[in-house]
Write a protein that binds this ligand. Structure first.
Ligand SMILES: Nc1ncnc2c1ncn2[C@@H]1O[C@H](COP(=O)(O)OP(=O)(O)OP(=O)(O)O)[C@@H](O)[C@H]1O
Ligand SMILES: Cc1ncc(CO)c(N)n1
Ligand SMILES: [Mg+2]
Length: 507
């Protein structure tokens, strides 16, 4: 059919979750399906148990007979191409045995094991009788196993785990039991202000640390993390990157949902599909303060160049606006905070009088203090999610991105635009690898956000940039082409006219 319609057949990465149902839908199968959906991955589901569960706890468990688990597994695997199997609640030794047989029979490529044993509310989901099955049958098939502290302890005969050091030793011991990679989750580590997980690939340890979000809505973080890892693996993401992406997803979802009220118990669910909600918010307009058209000619200041041409920052900024700059970013890498504020206050006043937005590079505090229009942050500066938290919906936040993955995250975290580069080599920023026009195009295509290109751009090559057929590429950001010039007004005006011609002929 698709041939007659002239369209290519489409393949969607596919995770099969083998897990229990949570009637409250915060954890279990329901969390797995939502996490995979959020990652853009198809998720089929074989149900091993039905729980009567809510935000208070688990009131009942009804295990599905192993014959019927087998029937479900055969149904899915005989018909569909599954890339990754993710396991959650496995209520009996018999279910573990049939699952392992079927994984081998159908030669499923990748297996993610979340050794769910006890819910955070303290209820038993898989009793001690399954321990041997986990240890002897399932772990040796696992590409990654993701125990929380209690589960890691249970797998290791009940040893106590209280410190990050204990988590490292546990990860190594569990690796020795046969799992190829181990992630010991520290969500429940007492007395830690960060949420620290330990990843061990058999050779190296990685301490994955993120801020602990203060919220009651952490029900299902474990299921979600494992499913998101499975989803990333199904897309072909390498193991460590998949784990990092999953942790970052959980963190963002918890932050976005921290004040959500569902249920009256101590542990609420969170919103896996927050990105859709965020998108709705965007459409509905808190970001209407920002017009993407202002990215057309984006002037980034440089005090070294100002010194060379003996002009003050205020003079340089004013000249760039008179020449036609549509937005200005104050970039001060050397100035002390007091000096920076002094300059920023002057520039805010100038920009405001012309109606041109002024952004501050990197320093969220300076932007707030001077009531600038927003900030531009790099990948190693304050994360967009936190900058947004501090600045609120009323400010513009831009972020530098070199890769589609960074671009995707920029949008999910609430950025208003992406600065993408360095497109061409430049002397302004040393040791900054260039991504070329191809890299720029890849970033544009992978994001819904407006993009401004940066790096070695001037009148001579602006056309080659603007010709990229990406509708969200809105302009060029320049430093030396405006500021390392005898006349800032004249050079800005020249580039602006070129850009205007390009956008006009485009229409
Ligand atoms: N409050 C929090 N803030 C940030 N990250 C968290 C928080 N709580 C848990 N996490 C992260 O969520 C992931 C799951 O960890 P956790 O130790 O809670 O698993 P779990 O106990 O199996 O979860 P579940 O509640 O589903 O049983 C880990 O990456 C952990 O660091
Ligand atoms: C069904 C089910 N699976 C897993 C967990 C662990 O969070 C839970 N609470 N319920
Ligand atoms: Mg937990």
């Amino acid at each position: 059919m698709s041939e007659t319609q002239g369209s290519a057949l489409q393949w969607l990465p596919h995770v099969l979750t083998v897990a229990g149902s949570d009637s409250g839908a915060g954890a279990g199968i329901q969390a797995d399906i939502k996490a995979c959906a959020a990652a853009g991955v198809y998720c089929s589901s074989v149900i091993t148990a039905v729980t009567a569960q809510n935000t208070v706890g688990v009131q009942g468990v009804y295990s599905i007979a192993e014959e019927f688990v087998t029937e479900q597994l055969r149904s899915v695997l005989s018909d569909m191409k599954v890339d990754v199997i993710k396991t959650g609640m496995l209520p009996s030794p018999g279910v573990i045995t049939v699952l392992c047989q079927i994984i081998k029979e159908f030669q499923v490529g990748t297996v993610v094991v979340d050794p769910v044993m006890v819910s955070t509310s303290g209820d038993i989901l898989s009793g001690p009788s399954t321990l041997t099955g986990f240890l002897e049958q399932l772990l040796p098939l696992a590409d990654i196993v993701t125990p929380n502290l209690k589960e890691a302890s249970a797998l290791l005969g009940g040893i106590s785990l209280e410190t990050v050091g204990d988590m490292r030793s546990a990860a190594k011991s569990i690796h020795d039991l046969g799992a190829r990679n181990v992630l010991v989750k520290g969500g429940d580590l007492r007395g830690s202000s960060d949420a620290i997980d330990i990843f061990f690939d058999g050779e190296q340890f990685h301490e994955l640390s993120g801020p602990r979000i203060i919220t009651r809505n952490t029900h299902g973080t474990g299921c979600t993390l494992a499913s998101y890892i499975a989803a990333e693996l199904a897309k072909g993401t390498p193991m460590l990157l998949a784990v990092q992406a999953a942790k970052s997803f959980v963190e963002s979802a918890l932050l976005f949902s921290k004040d959500l009220v569902i249920g009256s118990g101590p542990q609420g669910p969170f919103d896996h599909l927050y990105r859709m909600k965020k998108h709705q918010n965007d459409i509905n307009g808190p970001n209407s303060r920002f017009s993407a058209d202002s990215l057309l000619l984006y002037a980034v200041t440089d005090s070294r160049m100002n010194r060379k041409w003996s002009r003050s920052m205020a003079e340089a900024v004013k000249a760039s606006i008179e020449g036609g700059a549509t937005i200005v970013q104050l970039r001060e890498k050397e100035a002390e905070t007091g000096k920076f504020i002094d300059i920023a206050v002057k520039c805010v006043a100038i920009c405001r009088s012309y109606g041109v937005p002024l952004l501050i590079n990197d320093r969220v505090d300076v932007a707030l203090a001077c009531d600038a229009d927003g900030v531009h942050v790099g990948q190693s500066d304050m994360p967009v999610l936190f900058a947004r938290k501090i600045l609120g919906a009323g400010k513009i936040i831009g972020v530098s991105c070199k890769t589609p993955a960074q671009a995707e995250k920029a949008w999910a975290d609430g950025a208003d635009y992406i600065g993408c580069g360095g497109v061409f080599p430049t002397t302004t920023k040393k040791n900054n690898p260039t991504i070329g026009l191809d890299g720029l195009k890849a970033v544009c295509l992978s994001s819904k956000l407006p993009v401004v290109a940066i790096g070695g751009i001037g009148a001579e090559n602006a056309q080659s940039v603007m010709e990229l057929s990406a509708p969200n590429l809105k302009g060029v950001a320049v430093v030396s082409a405006l500021f390392d010039q005898e006349s800032v007004v004249a050079e800005t005006d020249r580039l602006k006219s070129l850009l205007m011609d390009m956008v006009m002929t485009d229409r």
